[in-house]
Design a protein around this ligand. Structure first.
Ligand code: PDD
Length: 288
């Protein structure tokens, strides 16, 4: 495969030529934020919602950066073949030339973006989407999980724990309340109602989560944002996770215990179909 083109501080360059200083605060302190944005056939999916969250993350870290992102990201995707890719966009506070926790508010942020291929989960069709297994483990993160920051060590550790248990994702629990997955939001279905943890600084406001809520409301499917327990999870008829590159995925097993009938539930199928229709409308050029 040809080497990818990345974007670094205003330039499009081959990945092997992109270099960042060892004194960059993103490297030294994880003083940075990021987004992962899917593009299908070169078109950004929920781009506006991702950019809104990016502005929230930047302002929470007080990184002053105003930029017209769409042109940059569209161009990056075009230079990488314009197909189905996820764009990784990272902004660090910048390079201070030395290691010091104190920062100067006039620093120039480092801006990096690259693409990686993804499968078009909407073209795949429901039959070709595999259900996943998850574990539940302690949420070890800080209390500003609403910021999409790069300090992802807890997420990496719980994902590894899931892998070692033969599972695909780890759901996290804090003080008896389920928060979210290591890189996804959580949903469950009981008696025809969709439940999801309510937004707070303990979870990331997922763009896919938001779309699930929008589509459920439009379709008149009852939903509730609530504090959810481990017992409710195990007793649910259906469990799903959501994220930008995976849309909504059915969870078949939690900690080795079967959920509902152990297959893809009827409400998951309905939600997948609503996502697929939304995606089709977007691809046909409709303003959504
Ligand atoms: N992660 N919660 C966490 C902790 C996440 O890392 C993510 C996404 C989500 C879902 O957000 P969205 O629907 O906007 O993708 C929820 C990305 C995909 C990642 O880190 O790779």
């Amino acid at each position: 495969m040809a080497e990818g083109i990345v974007y670094l501080n205003g330039e499009f360059v081959p990945a092997s030529e992109a270099k960042v200083s060892v004194f960059d605060r993103g490297f030294l302190f994880g003083d940075s934020v990021y987004e992962v944005i899917p593009f299908y056939r070169g078109v950004g999916f929920r781009l506006e919602q991702h950019l809104k969250r990016l502005r929230h993350s930047l302002s929470a870290l007080r990184i002053p950066l105003e930029k017209e992102w769409q042109g940059v990201l569209d161009e990056l995707v075009r230079r990488n073949g314009g197909g189905n890719v996820s764009v990784y966009l990272q902004i660090t506070r910048g390079n201070a030339g030395r290691r010091t926790p104190v920062y100067d508010e006039h620093m120039t942020p480092t801006v990096f973006a690259c693409c990686s291929p993804i499968r078009d989960i909407y073209a795949a069709g429901a039959d070709n989407i595999a259900g996943i297994r998850v574990i539940v483990t302690t949420d070890l993160r800080w209390h500003r999980c609403d910021i999409k920051a790069n300090g992802l060590l807890p997420n990496i550790l719980v994902l590894q724990q899931a892998r070692e248990a033969g599972a695909d994702e780890a759901l996290m629990i804090r003080d008896g309340v389920l928060t979210e997955g290591g890189s996804s939001n959580l949903f469950m279905v009981s008696n025809g109602v969709i439940y999801t943890p309510r937004l707070s600084s303990e979870i990331l406001g997922g763009t896919t989560r938001e779309l699930v809520l929008e589509l459920a409301r439009e379709a008149g499917i009852p939903l509730q944002e609530a504090d959810l327990s481990y017992e409710q999870l195990l007793g649910a008829d259906e469990v799903w996770i959501s994220s930008s590159t995976r849309a909504v995925l059915p969870v078949l097993e939690v900690d080795g215990q079967q959920i509902g009938e152990g297959g893809k539930g009827p409400l998951w199928l309905r939600m997948y179909e609503l996502f697929r229709q939304f995606h089709q409308r977007l691809m046909s050029g409709e303003e959504l």
